[in-house]
Design a binder for this molecule. Structure first.
Ligand SMILES: Nc1ncnc2c1ncn2[C@@H]1O[C@H](COP(=O)(O)OP(=O)(O)OP(=O)(O)O)[C@@H](O)[C@H]1O
Length: 317
């Protein structure tokens, strides 16, 4: 039996969604799932279709084909949507002359919620000291928190945040990471978009990478990093020529990167140490190169662009 939060499944299912705006194909068979207990990063270059997908999930844009389910049902059929999914799409979408608390009260009333829920979410996002100030005077980071407070009003099992790291200072970053981690710990789910992979490196468990309206990779962060590590090893030695000869004979591809440094590929760090040890070649440092999520992302999106280039030519476009 699938776990539910207050009777609602913590999932979003996006199935083969297509959406055009005139001649622009914004979504082209977008398919992925957001699962409970995980922060799912939604990442891709500008114009990749992240915001459009989020708007389609919330029923704000109608797809030309495909379907989207929130907790197993279409958003439009939810009678009290805030209790099923909370969303922050645009942190600046608020009435500047209203206080933060009034902004939330106004939203709460529209969904049959009250003061109790409003005060609870204000505490949850740490805005209690400024809740009576005009929202128009808020910094971007404070607006993001206010937007999250609004998204939390119905205590939903699923949250969807568009670029929530935008404009955050280091303290804001730390808060956002901690908040996302504790939210999903309870078996809830988050979809969080960003065009910077580095922002997601320490927050997301899973990433859906998109390019030109479709999914390029759908993988755990751990697997993504492992897939692009390339097994590159850096070596520091006073005996560069000898080391290069030994490692080449052991099957490595080697190149000199400085007077006493060598880059080694096709051989992992342990085998490099074993080969050098067996031939008594001295070395002072061996380090395995670990790919960053940003590198993995650049590699994936570059391939996506190349693939599309070929596909477009074949289609005569
Ligand atoms: N209302 C609209 N009218 C026309 N074109 C649109 C509209 N909304 C989106 N598009 C186009 O659809 C494509 C996808 O846009 P979308 O905003 O979904 O991408 P994104 O991944 O969110 O990008 P960003 O990171 O810049 O926000 C882009 O080419 C964009 O110009």
């Amino acid at each position: 039996m699938e776990r539910t939060i207050d009777g609602s499944r913590a999932t979003i299912e996006v199935r083969n969604v297509g959406k055009r705006f005139g001649s622009t194909r914004a979504l082209d068979g977008m398919t992925f799932e957001v699962r409970p207990g995980q922060v799912t990063g939604f990442v891709g270059p500008n114009g990749a279709g992240k915001s459009t997908t989020m708007r389609v999930i919330l029923g704000l844009d109608r797809p030309d084909r495909g379907e989207v389910l929130v907790g197993g049902v279409p958003y439009r059929s939810l009678r009290t949507p805030l209790k099923h999914i909370g969303a922050l799409l645009d942190a600046s979408a608020l009435q500047p002359s209203r206080s933060a608390r009034h902004h939330l009260l106004w939203l709460a009333h529209s969904q049959g919620l009250g003061v109790r829920e409003v005060d609870a979410v204000i505490r949850r996002v740490g805005l209690q000291d400024v809740a009576r100030r005009k929202a128009g005077s808020f910094s971007l980071g404070m607006r993001q928190r206010l937007g999250i407070a609004a998204a939390l009003l119905g205590d939903p099992p699923v949250l969807m945040l568009d670029e929530p790291f935008n404009g955050l200072d280091p303290e804001g970053f730390r808060w956002m990471r901690g908040f996302l981690a504790s939210f999903v710990e309870q078996g809830r789910a988050v979809l969080v978009s960003s065009h910077l992979m580095s922002e997601l490196q320490d927050s997301a468990h899973h990433v859906v990478v998109v390019g030109r309206g479709r999914v390029v990779a759908d993988t755990s962060v751990r697997e993504l990093l492992a897939s692009v590590s390339h097994g590159r090893v850096s070596l520091r030695t006073s005996a560069t020529t000898e080391a290069m000869n030994v490692l080449a004979r052991a099957g490595a591809t080697v190149s000199s990167t400085g007077s006493d440094t060598i880059s080694v590929s096709d051989l992992d760090a342990e085998d490099v140490v074993a080969a050098l040890g067996a031939h008594a070649v001295p070395f002072s440092e061996v380090s395995a190169h670990r790919a960053s999520l940003e590198e993995a992302y650049m590699e994936l999106t570059r391939d996506a662009v190349q693939y599309r280039g070929v596909a477009d030519e074949e289609a005569g476009r």
